[in-house]
Design a protein. Structure first.
Length: 250
């Protein structure tokens, strides 16, 4: 059965429905205007700890979409990578490559059913992380493996790029309390931030929404989340957009 895109209007619109609460149940039509529509496939990206998975789950609930989430807990090399990055980088990265390729291939096979989903990753992130984690010889081998894989990743209708500075990422990583992640060093996060910034500076494959998440809480604050939701449904297709409700220097 195909999930239909349904957007539950927030408490900000209580006056329209007369009903309180976070989700009033009022639907927004698929076509919100002549130049914008509700995206059927949303991908969320950003560095470790920025809040990709949490936002993906909340958006999926609001739109009545399925989720396509990374399964980092299934990578048997990841914890050892955080303890010994140089020794375990290649095995860790190849596992993620095969895993992500398989997930996206399965999504492509489901296209006949016109799925609607929110994902917490892009396939392109794999090469981004590989470039950060591998030495030159390992990266050359990685590229050969990548080139021999058949990866026909579907293109998202909307990519949401979450930004936050190192101190915010570190705080969020500590707060979520995954033991292995507590070993992540600040310079590694700094390098990831730079890599993401460079990648999305040139990104033009999908509609892009850049979100400064450093001073907002998209998980626990209904007000912050609803502002973003409103912005998403009015985003023009094929455009580059910026959501920065509380401007700060990143």
């Amino acid at each position: 059965m195909v999930c239909q895109p349904v957007l539950f209007i927030s408490s900000q619109r209580q006056k329209l429905t007369g009903q309180p609460g976070r989700s009033s149940g009022k639907k927004v039509s698929q076509e919100t205007s002549h130049s914008s529509s509700i995206p059927r496939y949303i991908a969320i990206e950003g560095p470790i700890g920025v809040g990709k998975t949490s936002l993906a789950k909340r958006l999926a609930e609001s739109f009545n979409y399925e989720t396509l989430l990374e399964k980092s807990e299934e990578n048997p090399f990841l914890e050892r990578f955080y303890n010994d990055p140089k020794q375990m980088a290649l095995a860790t990265q190849l596992f993620f490559l095969f895993q992500r390729a398989q997930q996206l291939q399965e999504l492509r096979q489901d296209d006949m059913f016109e799925p609607v989903r929110v994902a917490d990753f892009l396939m392109e992130k794999d090469r981004l992380f590989a470039r950060q984690n591998l030495d030159n010889d390992e990266f050359t081998l990685y590229e050969k493996v990548y080139d021999h894989l058949t990866i026909d990743a579907p293109k998202p209708d909307l990519v949401i790029y979450l930004q936050a500075p190192v101190n915010v990422l570190t705080e969020r990583i500590q707060k979520r309390g995954i033991p292995a992640e507590q070993l992540i060093e600040q310079h590694y996060l700094e390098n990831l931030i730079d890599a993401y910034t460079n990648f999305f500076h040139y990104y033009d494959s999908s509609t892009l929404l850049v979100v400064n998440s450093s001073e907002i809480d998209l998980v626990n604050s209904d007000e912050d989340y609803e502002q973003l939701l409103d912005y998403i449904v009015t985003t023009r297709k094929g455009s580059r957009n910026y959501f920065n409700p509380r401007p700060t220097l990143l």
